[in-house]
Design a protein around this ligand. Structure first.
Ligand SMILES: Cc1ncc(COP(=O)(O)O)c(C=O)c1O
Length: 326
């Protein structure tokens, strides 16, 4: 059966973020079970899954309370939508709980089915917001090199990873790129974290002025960059860049803040930290659009520093993305 499943996967399954030719040779790593932070493959190998699935296995890889809740609900009302004023009880309960988690007043929750869809939605809402205020020309979105923002057309355009752009012939979309906050590799000799954060904020402002603030709708950022290398920003980074954004009437779109904040702290502790306050409180009310995703439950420390520090030159070939979309 194991080999049969492997052959079927190779023959029938077109994987995302996977080289199809390589997949024909090596086939899938097939996971059959999981408990807590551990997963087990079809050969019985156990792994500690440091990424939490795709940064989303907040409650581990099997949870009987979740299974029971799903079982109860699937037997009562398996599916219903929320278009055109429709709602349903679990949805209302969920939005209430999510709103209570947001550390700002009067949060509203827009539910979607994936991170990519959440980011597309945030961009649409940012365009809507500026157009409604008579600034329809504010359309460009600032993203950052190394960012991963999803697999949809806009998600790929927002992603600062060359392989998300090359070969797909993406249409021109109004996305521009700023530097990633990677003190460990990208700082100047003897540059402190604070100085580096100040320099990045100054560079961001220079980019905004060069492009024209009246053309820029929003900046999108993962508070801790995930796929780009689990990059914890230097101290003061978000406070400094948010001041620049506010000055130029540019929205901050925060994505998956809590999913990777497991690298710092978890759950409500992360919400209470100075770091998350910076992210959430400095732009209030409708000036902020936030996508809350599931929090990673792993209490791991940041893995920012690799055991052997590579030189800037060694890193640049693979880690430094190029400007891709205009
Ligand atoms: C920061 C971030 N944004 C967006 C996405 C895309 O989410 P999805 O695969 O659910 O569309 C991911 C996926 O890992 C992500 O890490």
């Amino acid at each position: 059966m194991k080999n049969e499943a492997r052959v079927l996967d190779i023959a029938r399954h077109f994987h995302s973020q996977t080289d199809p030719r390589l997949h024909e040779d090596q086939g899938p790593l097939t996971i059959v079970a999981g408990h807590g932070a551990t997963i087990i493959d079809d050969l019985g190998n156990h792994y500690i899954e440091g990424m939490g699935g795709l940064w989303c296995a907040s409650l581990g890889f099997s949870d009987s309370r979740l299974a029971d809740a799903a079982d109860r609900q699937l037997r009562k009302l398996a599916v219903y939508h929320t278009f055109n004023h429709r709602s349903n009880e679990p949805t209302i309960e969920l939005v209430e709980q999510l709103a209570a988690l947001a550390p700002f007043e009067n949060a509203r929750v827009f539910l979607v089915g994936s991170g990519s869809e959440a980011n597309d939605t945030m961009v649409k809402l940012a365009w809507y917001y500026h157009a409604a205020r008579g600034h329809a020309d504010k359309r460009k979105i600032i993203s950052r090199y190394g960012a991963f923002h999803g697999s949809t057309v806009m998600g790929a355009a927002l992603s600062g990873l060359p392989h998300m752009h090359q070969s797909f012939n993406l249409p021109p979309l109004p996305v521009i790129f700023a530097a990633r906050p990677f003190h460990y590799f990208d700082s100047l000799p003897n540059e402190t974290g604070r100085d580096y954060a100040t320099r990045l904020a100054n560079e961001l402002e220079a980019l905004i002025l060069a492009e024209g603030p009246e053309t820029i709708a929003a900046m999108i950022a993962e508070p801790v960059m995930g796929a780009g290398g689990v990059l914890v920003p230097p101290e003061g980074y978000f406070r400094k860049i948010q001041a620049i954004l506010r000055k130029h009437d540019i929205l901050m779109l925060l994505t998956k803040w809590s999913a990777v904040s497991g690298a710092l702290e978890t759950g409500s502790a992360a919400r209470r930290s100075a770091w998350s306050r910076t992210c959430f409180r400095s732009q209030r009310g409708c000036r902020q659009v936030t996508f809350l995703s599931a929090a990673s439950s792993y209490r791991t420390r940041s893995t920012n520093a690799s055991p052997t520090r590579r030189t800037r030159r060694e890193c640049s070939a693979t880690d430094s993305p190029i400007p891709v979309t205009q």
